[in-house]
Unconditional design. Sequence first.
Length: 148
Amino acid sequence: MARLRPVLLVHYHELGLKRGNRPLFLRHLSRNLQRATADLGRLNLRQVSGRILLELDDHPDPVAVRDRARRVCGVASAALAYRVVSTVDAMKAAIAELVDGRRFASFRISARRAFKTYPMTSVELNRELGAFVLERVATKVDLRQPEL
């Protein structure tokens, strides 16, 4: 099985800036994220489709990086995620690695497609991956307040 590649996905607040200030804001936000996490080890940081992605391969403490990033001004949210090939089979393999052997009372799958040309809708992907989890773990779906 392929090793999961952890990343931190940082969403920033809406940028309704005028006169082309968005690139300047993003440079400052990127610099502030690097400064806030500098003592935790070197991280690759890049901008992707309206987000900032910090690659955490081989990082000893991804949770510390996430917690630190959440406190940076301008960050709306920061979530740990895993990069996989954009196929349902690859997503299922990653999910299996994450849920096998764990117990949780409820869960939710919330797929968001950056590329709307993907052959499945977000709802179809949620259902397919959710059914896969239910086959592997004795749990239930909770769309309002899931444990996982």
